[in-house]
Design a protein around this ligand. Sequence first.
Ligand SMILES: [Zn+2]
Length: 213
Amino acid sequence: MEITIKRSRRKSVAIKIGENGNIKFLCPNKFSLKNINKILEEKKDWIQKTIHKINEKQKIYESYYNYEKILFLGKSYNIEQENNIIQIGNNTIKIRGNNIKNLLKKWLIKQSNYLSERLEKLAKIYNFSYKSTTIISARKKWGSCDNYKNIRLNFRLIMLSDDCIDYVCIHELCHTKYMNHSKNFWNCVKNILPNYKELQNKIKENSFVLELF
Ligand SMILES: [Zn+2]
């Protein structure tokens, strides 16, 4: 178990456990080691449980974490190399070099044009206007929309199914009208996607995808 202590001008104490199982202990500048140990001891059960959960998740999704499998538009494909060609559905990827992970990432980013096109289509259907779309590589967010109506979509979204992609697009498009998560905002989402809560859960279940590539 690796613990990193990070002292700062913060006032409270927090324990964060990363996806790799590393523990970060955040505390005020003058917080003593004795107190740190005391809190770690108190939180021992929670820490062990959380690390156990992370390990279980890693096991379930191991083949994705190892890039033996890949999700593309909600479907799972085995990464089998034959004569330097990978087949993902109707798509063939020619392999140059031997870094499969990088190669797949580049391929996914190229495919994410589909996300911009989908956003454009949905904006037309439901009468939204936005300024631009950018495909980004983020670890925590599927998408975002700024005050100038520039929409950013995470390329990792291309791994999820169409209904999840639509949810993120509609979510960001509703932000062009409401720059918050107010009741009006959620009504905007709900009017277009009455099952949006279901979709949120589906996306949550697939959130491990954000850790890939
Ligand atoms: Zn939002």
